[in-house]
Each structure stands twice: as structure tokens, then as C-alpha cells.
Design a protein around this ligand. Structure first.
Ligand code: CA
Length: 228
């Protein structure tokens, strides 16, 4: 359930990407200017950014540098022509991957999956996720804290796993709604808060004495390693 941010001024392209990437299991949000894209990514970084290099308001390389300053999320640049110079400059500026237009959603999906594998090998994969005394088995959908098995609902497990693979990062409620609940256009912020408090209770923590789960009121939540 990766959250993909598409920054592309050609609406026909962005809407077709939104439809086809959504079909392939991604959650997609679209911005048509660099400024709007930077605002989205500032609000919540998401997992991968697809950036058109020819935007009306800012130079592509400058946008890459600005994105790099606020997020480590992988950036795939989409370029209008196979210009070695342009591609090298984009990669030097901090892009992770490139794709030349016109491209199919299938090609882009393959690039997205490749950069996500590189960025976070444990993410949603088969590997055990370990954060201090907390262990999460993505395949078996089991979690333990200090060896004690946690009995979690499906949403609680997804929420815990999403935060655990992003350990140390404050994840906004909006991002959680988008990526865990698949409600990119918001809805009940209360939903997130309620699940966070249930999860906290199951982890054996309280708001006054958090260990792994820190809830930042009005902002979101962060999973931390208490042994760090
Ligand atoms: Ca363009």
C-alpha cells in the first residue's frame, strides 16, 4: 500500500497514472505544480515521489533539491526526452531513478517497486521487523513485545507495521488515513486517534509513559526504539 505522490502538470497523464497505479494497489495523490507538490510532501512525505522534470513553476533540479531537503523518500523523475545530460543532472541532484515519456503505468509500477525495495528492504516484505523488544512478522501478521504476543485487530496490525517500518519518523494522521485506511481525502481524524490509543494500550503503554508509541497530539504518531 505505498503512498505515491505524482507531481505532473499534464492532467491527462496524471489522471491516467492515478487510475492505473490505484488499480495496481498504490494510493496516489497528484499535484500539478512544484509548489503544490512540495506542500503535499511537506504535509506527509509518502513512500515515493514521481516528478515530471518539466513543470511550469520551478526548474526540475531545484525541485529535486528541495524535496531532498525535506524527505528521504525515493524520487523517480519523468523526463520528456532521453537526454543523458538532463538525466545525469537529475540523478546528481538527488533523484533515485528516471523514466522517459511516454511510459506505461506498468513500467512506472516496476520502477516504483524497485526503488521501494532499495529504500526499505523490510517494508511490507517477508522479513522480521525488529524495533528494540518489538518484533513484527509481516507475513504471519504477528507482533510481539518483549516476547509477549500481541493480539491485534487487522487495522491495529497495519498501523503498527506502517509506523515500525518508518521508525523514528513522525507520520501525520493524514498520511496514516491515506496509507493505512486508504482514505486520501481525509475523513475521521478521530479514527486514527482511537486506533492509536487502542494500540498503545495493547503495547502496555500509557500517554503519560510512552515507550514505543509516541502520539503527537493534532499531528500524528511516531514509533521509537526505547533502547536507542
Ligand atoms: Ca510537464
Amino acid at each position: 500500500m505505498p503512498l505515491v505522490t505524482v507531481i505532473e502538470d499534464d492532467r491527462a497523464i496524471s489522471e491516467s497514472l492515478r487510475a492505473t497505479l490505484t488499480e495496481r494497489g498504490h494510493t496516489v495523490r497528484v499535484a500539478s505544480t512544484a509548489a503544490a507538490g512540495l506542500a503535499l510532501v511537506t504535509e506527509s512525505a509518502g513512500d515515493v515521489i514521481v516528478l515530471d522534470l518539466g513543470l511550469p513553476d520551478l526548474d526540475g533540479r531545484d525541485v529535486i533539491k528541495m524535496l531532498r531537503a525535506i524527505t528521504p523518500a525515493p524520487i523517480i523523475v519523468a523526463t520528456a526526452r532521453e537526454s543523458e545530460d538532463e538525466i545525469v543532472k537529475a540523478l546528481d541532484a538527488g533523484a533515485d531513478e528516471y523514466i522517459v515519456k511516454p511510459f506505461s503505468a506498468r513500467q512506472l509500477d516496476a520502477r516504483i517497486r524497485a526503488v521501494l525495495r532499495r529504500a526499505s528492504p523490510a517494508d511490507e516484505g517477508a522479513r522480521l521487523i525488529v524495533v528494540g523488544g518489538l518484533e513484527i512478522e509481516p507475513l504471519g501478521r504477528q507482533a510481539r513485545v518483549d516476547g509477549r504476543r500481541l493480539v491485534l485487530t487487522r487495522m491495529e496490525f497495519d498501523l503498527l507495521q506502517y509506523l515500525a517500518v518508518r521508525v523514528g519518523r513522525v507520520v501525520s494522521r493524514r498520511e496514516l488515513l491515506t496509507a493505512v485506511w486508504h482514505q486520501p481525502y481525509g475523513g475521521g481524524d478521530g479514527t486514527v486517534d482511537v486506533h492509536l490509543s487502542w494500540l498503545r494500550r495493547k503495547l502496555g503503554e500509557t500517554a503519560a509513559n510512552p515507550r514505543y508509541l509516541r502520539v503527537v497530539r493534532g499531528v500524528g504518531a511516531q514509533l521509537v526504539n526505547p533502547t536507542d
